[in-house]
Design a protein around this ligand. Structure first.
Ligand SMILES: [Zn+2]
Length: 444
């Protein structure tokens, strides 16, 4: 089967000044553009933002000759933003159209604040319009299961992007009641969904799968830091749809990279973002193919540019060209948070991904939470589950066995340094807007 080249490529080609019909984007042209925008960004931030002025005022901008030269600049961390978000501003506060406050739950840390001008938001709307063209056709209807009530929120920007390509975007917000969402899908004759993985999973495992006929939903775009493969497969087989990953975060201006029809890695909005992979411990650049931390620099941001922002997400650039034939690089779907790995007592690492890929394959499971505590010197893993079957002792046993079969857990159980607590059934659905990244709570 021939896979269409990602539509992101022609969009980026036009954005960087390509016009001649019949010609295409080349890697050289993109690299040249990125190096030029990098110099512009460093000069602009160094002059206008108090945070970067202190750091970069004396940096010899003209020495940034290639995109890789970005590695000579210092990193920006989430902590830097939390400490003094307004020091990042390059414009006056009256020029800011939207300020987003991201709270870290359970900590007393200052919230992270991110600011965007109208021009910054326009770039995101434009990205959404072009990214979505690969998945939906004019005249179709897309249900947006992301926060979107407020003007310029992620759901609102996506709706505006869809409108530009003749697609009707209906903002319904994160799924609070799956039955109601299923009704909306049928009544409004929805063709595509954009949502948060565990929420769309609930839709398919509760009323959704019974009511929504296969073929109704043609495409699902899952947007978050990490999409479990188990969720993707469940949706594809239940609805006969295609499931695509989008990777983005508020710091990126919501939109970042999206999969093409080859479904093996994201292509990024390379005219707006310069992506890197670095060693999380040393900060040194990683070669294509090697895993590390995703780091990005904004190339076109006016309100609050970010230079080498550390995402904390573990991934890599895939070394081979994409089967879709684009010259754009592709990044493997994020494998989870670097800080999200928990070291068990025997040194084995356990991640949310390990749990997700096993637990979310169980058809009755709708959501779960995991925490690790220490009792009598031993690690104790507690799992609470929210299921469609309610409190079922046989299911509890299946969950226990599934968890115990995860290699890291199995090894720790064999060495008697870990025990798995009784499985707790929760009537709660741990409603989330998806803006918080999922993790194993470490309470040791
Ligand atoms: Zn591709």
């Amino acid at each position: 089967m021939r896979i269409n080249r990602t539509r992101m490529e022609d969009w980026i080609f036009r954005k960087i000044g390509g016009t001649a019909s019949g010609s295409h984007l080349t890697r050289d042209a993109l690299r040249q553009y990125q190096a030029e925008k990098l110099r512009e960004t460093v000069a602009y931030a160094g002059q206008n933002s108090p945070f970067y002025r202190a750091r970069l005022a004396d940096f010899p901008v003209e020495t940034l000759q290639t995109p890789e030269d970005v590695s000579r600049l210092p990193f920006t961390t989430a902590q830097d933003i939390r400490k003094a978000p307004l020091k990042f501003l390059c414009v006056s506060q009256s020029d800011i159209s939207r300020m987003v406050t991201l709270k870290t739950s359970g900590t007393t840390a200052n919230p992270k604040r991110l600011c965007f001008t109208a021009q910054d938001l326009e770039l995101t709307v434009d990205f959404f319009a072009h990214a979505m063209r690969s998945f939906v056709k004019p005249g179709q209807r897309v249900l947006i299961l992301l926060p979107g009530e407020q003007p310029d929120s992620v759901g609102d920007l996506l709706r505006r992007g869809l409108d530009r390509i003749g697609v009707d975007g209906i903002v319904s917000g994160p799924v609070a009641d799956p039955a109601q969402t299923a009704d909306t899908i049928l009544k409004q004759e929805i063709d595509g969904l954009v949502g948060i993985p565990t929420q769309v999973l609930q839709l398919v495992r509760t009323d959704g799968v019974k009511k929504i006929p296969a073929g109704r939903i043609k495409s699902v775009i899952l947007s978050t830091d990490y999409v479990p493969e188990a969720v993707k497969k469940t949706l594809e087989s239940a609805w006969g749809c295609r499931v695509f990953n989008h990777y983005g975060m508020t710091e990126m201006g919501y939109g970042g990279g999206v999969e093409c029809h080859a479904q093996c890695g994201y292509h990024f909005r390379d005219a707006d973002l310069l992506m890197e992979i670095v060693d999380p411990a040393t900060g040194q650049p990683k070669q294509d193919g090697e895993y590390g931390e995703a780091v990005f620099t904004t190339l076109t941001r006016h309100g609050m540019p970010l230079i080498r922002y550390r995402t904390g997400d573990l991934t890599r650039f895939l070394p081979d060209p994409c089967p879709c034939g684009t010259v754009l690089k592709r990044m493997e779907p994020v494998r989870g948070r670097i800080a999200g790995s928990i070291a068990l007592k025997n040194g084995q690492m356990l991640t949310v991904r390990d749990l997700d890929e096993r637990l979310l394959t169980l058809p009755e499971l709708l959501n779960y939470q995991a925490e690790i505590t220490r009792e009598n010197g031993l690690d104790l893993l507690r799992i609470s589950v929210y299921t469609s079957a309610g409190n079922d002792p046989q299911l509890a046993e299946t969950i226990r066995q599934t968890v115990s079969g995860i290699p890291a857990i199995q090894a720790a159980l064999n060495e008697s340094v870990l025990s798995v607590g009784e499985i707790q059934f929760s009537p709660e659905n741990w409603f989330t807007t998806g803006m918080k990244k999922r993790k194993i709570e470490d309470r040791r």
